[in-house]
Design a protein around this ligand. Structure first.
Ligand code: ASP
Ligand code: MG
Length: 431
């Protein structure tokens, strides 16, 4: 770690892929030793795909499949133990790291000894169980850094990130959170390790989560509350790309972006940063760097107020799979405000986000994530009042600053089901 200018605070966020095995965690430690300056807060996600695996445990438990739930939880514990064994050699260190994660595994198995809970408690119990992944990974990272002589303090995010009780998508109480986070800044706390994704509802005392992939957002919350100079999100890609390199071989790195452009990109589905991350940074002018933990020597992408507008840099974002829903009135009258207000009430009730909409006199069409657990209840809710039709398995493409020529080239062979054009922004629903 660099010189101790303790006024400068930087936040480093490491996602699950960066800590997915022992060499990954060692690499994280090397990055911190090499690049972190001044005071640093390390926000870490659960190891590898632990969050998905914990979700699976919860599913089995609720479905009354306790042996399967226990087996899955057992495999997760084995994997964490194997990582610890590969990470540190000294028996005393191993014992210390194992002891660090054990309370969370005991909690996990403790839940599974209980009979299957009622479906109504799903979201609440999901948050109690699924958030354990971050507690485990952060403990391992913190204890491992100590073995390398890197003094640090392990912080429980549930003591800092104060939320309401909207389980699985908890809202942050900013004033309470700011107060709690500020108390962390003491002379001793030069390096802190904290979990992404989790918080606590103070009224019930329950753990909460901020929504899947929410660790970026946690990092932004800490940056905002501490007026950090910079937040760095360390990823397995070189930075923010102008298209998904997996789909479009011509994809290139964007070296800098203004905040608004980054918000638009993540909103339309660029998965490199969580959509809620940018606003808390923009409001305080905190720079966001997206850098590669595989090639930390590369500069990555810098998102900041002074960046030249992306006018000259076109980009393509694909959201998939999408469902296009078309509604009409049953008596072929116009689709009017009363219908729209009914539709939006149901969308809000079911927590469904609309990515594109189009209204004509006789129909209203909108595009949402093609998630059967949401689309089916929505159609059921709308059908007493409206005629509904839907098509799934579609792509939503958002093209910004593209020319007609590149657009035509990209679309060859695809069928356009719906299109919408604004100045230098085209959105297409494709089959
Ligand atoms: N581990 C959580 C998830 O996978 C949070 C995160 O990775 O950002 O959703
Ligand atoms: Mg994760």
């Amino acid at each position: 770690m660099g010189a101790a200018d303790l006024k400068a605070i930087s936040i480093y966020k490491f996602g699950g892929a960066s800590v997915r095995d022992a060499p990954g965690i060692q690499n994280v430690a090397s990055i911190v030793e090499r690049y972190a300056q001044g005071r640093v807060i390390l926000v870490v996600s659960a190891i590898g795909k632990s969050t998905n695996r914990l979700e699976q445990v919860v599913r089995f438990w609720f479905d009354g499949k306790r042996p399967e739930a226990a087996e899955q939880a057992g495999m997760l514990r084995d994997d964490h133990h194997r990582i610890i064994e590969n990470l540190v050699e000294h028996p005393a260190s191993r014992r210390k790291l194992m002891a660090g994660v054990e309370p969370y595994f005991s909690q996990l198995f403790g839940y599974l000894n209980e009979p299957a809970p009622p479906a109504s408690s799903y979201n609440r119990l999901y948050d109690q169980v699924v958030g354990l992944g971050e507690l485990m990974s952060s403990r391992i990272l913190s204890d491992y850094l100590l073995t390398r002589g890197l003094e640090n303090h392990w912080i429980d995010a549930r003591e800092c990130v104060v939320t309401n009780n909207t389980y699985r998508d908890a809202r942050v109480d900013w004033d309470a959170t700011r107060m709690a986070i500020k108390t962390l800044i003491t002379d001793e706390n030069r390096c802190m390790v904290v979990q992404g994704f989790i918080g606590r509802d103070v009224l019930s005392g329950d753990s909460t989560t901020l929504g899947r992939e929410g660790s970026d957002y946690t990092a932004a919350i800490f940056a905002h509350c501490l007026d950090a100079g910079e937040l760095t999100i360390w990823k397995d890609v070189p930075g923010v790309m102008d298209a998904d390199p997996g789909r479009f071989p011509f994809a290139r790195l964007i070296s800098e972006l203004p905040y608004d452009e980054a918000v638009e990109m993540t909103y339309y589905g660029a998965s490199v940063i969580h959509p809620k991350t940018i606003k808390p940074l923009q409001n305080k002018g905190i720079r966001l760097r997206v850098r590669s933990f595989i090639r930390p020597d590369l500069p990555g992408t810098m998102i900041h107020a002074g960046a030249v507008s992306g006018r000259s840099s076109p980009y393509i974002i694909v959201k998939s799979p999408q469902a296009l829903i078309t509604v009409r009135t049953r008596d072929f009258s116009f689709v009017a405000e009363e219908h729209l207000s009914f539709i939006y009430t149901e969308l809000y009730r079911l927590g469904i986000k609309v990515h594109l909409m189009q209204q004509t006199a006789l129909s209203f069409r909108f595009c949402v994530d093609d998630d059967p657990f949401k689309v089916v209840p929505l159609l059921e809710a709308l059908s007493p009042m409206l005629e509904t039709e839907w098509e799934g398995g579609l792509d939503l493409w958002t093209l910004r600053h593209q020319s007609d020529r590149t657009e035509k080239g990209l679309l060859s062979g695809r069928k356009i089901i719906l299109e919408q054009r604004a100045t230098r922004l085209v959105q297409l629903v494709l089959k």
